[in-house]
Design a protein around this ligand. Structure first.
Ligand SMILES: NC(=O)c1ccc[n+]([C@@H]2O[C@H](COP(=O)([O-])OP(=O)(O)OC[C@H]3O[C@@H](n4cnc5c(N)ncnc54)[C@H](OP(=O)(O)O)[C@@H]3O)[C@@H](O)[C@H]2O)c1
Length: 310
């Protein structure tokens, strides 16, 4: 893996988020110059994360994706824009599409490389074509590809914090309950957020430039991250073994998931799409990028930490 410091300057949009602040810190740890964008509003978590960013020497700037004029100054002098925005409990499509004006502002400011937010899967798969949110995500991917800027789309599959330890996506550990998608036997790919940040930072430490025959070079297109393959049943077995008790288990059958996928309620459709992906064994990335010399945690490590924190 590359060790020389990359002098490109990065703007992270969504820098106070669960993943965004880790990406900022991982880039700074590798000696890269980082500017963190946040909206002026605040919460205790945001304040804590902003303090950690400032302590790491990261410049904090203010802006809002819904106010493109506010993005001009933050994009000045920037080489790489990384978007890590999310609005899970709000209008996700609106925020996804608000990255298009950011792309325009970045391009006009002379930014060379753009990475839109997502960190999940590839959305050009016909599997996702029925859902407006994924159509909007793919619209952003296509716009970035056609922008003339260099681009990297990070696919990380399933965040461990959500898929191994969140009631909405299968495991309610404090209440010893599990919901399995289909029969819970198909493997899915999982990685924790700190490892995503570490790998993204390692990838960006490779300076931009004509890759030629240097196979370590940054390449335009998808950057599939590695992770652990595990099934929901294996996760359940490990929790039960480590905690020494049985979970109350329920199943979302294929028929139920297909019914939920037609719901008008976005969170039901989201859960159904995830569940169908799991049940069909589609929650795995086909072609992970190699990161020699960089260790990442396993699903088992993560589960042990969750249990120890109980
Ligand atoms: N594959 C998976 O399993 C999985 C799971 C979870 C998340 N994700 C993805 O990971 C990415 C990050 O998610 P996260 O959970 O880290 O998000 P998060 O903690 O909810 O943080 C979202 C960030 O977006 C920023 N933001 C929201 N609206 C904005 C706006 N109008 N203008 C500028 N910034 C705005 C917020 O910044 P301020 O409030 O500071 O302005 C915040 O820092 C998203 O793409 C999400 O879809 C994937």
């Amino acid at each position: 893996m590359h060790t020389e410091t990359n002098t490109e300057k990065t703007l992270v949009v969504g820098a106070t988020g669960a993943l965004g602040h880790l990406i900022c810190l991982a880039l700074a740890r590798r000696g890269m110059a980082v500017r963190a964008l946040t909206r002026p509003s605040t919460t205790p978590t945001k304040e804590q994360r902003l303090a950690a960013l400032a302590a790491a020497g990261i410049e904090i700037v203010y802006g809002d994706l819904f106010e493109p004029a506010s993005l001009k100054e933050p994009c000045c002098g920037i080489d790489i824009v990384i978007s890590v925005v999310s609005d899970f409990y709000g209008d996700q499509s609106r925020l996804v599409l608000a990255q298009l004006p950011l792309l325009e502002v970045a391009k006009r400011a002379g930014v060379t490389t753009f990475m839109p937010s997502d960190y999940g899967f590839h959305y050009d798969d016909p599997y996702f074509a029925h859902e407006q949110l994924y159509i909007d995500k793919q619209r952003v991917v296509t716009a970035v590809e056609e922008s003339g800027l260099d681009h990297h789309f990070v696919a990380a599959a399933c965040f461990s914090e959500w898929y191994l330890a969140h009631p909405f996506l299968g495991f309610d550990v404090p209440n010893r309950k599990a919901v399995l998608f289909g029969d819970g036997s198909k493997p899915f790919q999982t990685i924790r957020m700190s490892d995503i940040a570490k790998l993204v930072a390692a990838y960006l430490q490779i300076p931009r430039g004509p890759a030629g025959d240097d196979e370590r070079g940054r390449k335009n297109g998808w950057l599939d991250l590695p992770g652990t393959l595990v099934s929901q049943r294996q996760v359940l077995d490990l929790y039960q073994e480590l905690l020494g008790c049985s979970f109350e288990v329920s199943y979302l059958t294929l028929a139920r998931l297909e019914e939920m996928a037609k719901s008008v309620e976005p969170s039901q459709r989201f859960q159904a799409n995830v569940g169908l992906g799991f049940a069909h064994g589609a929650a795995v990335l086909a072609d992970p990028h190699p990161f020699p010399g960089i260790e990442i945690g396993t699903a088992e490590d993560f589960i042990r930490e969750v249990v120890n924190a109980q």
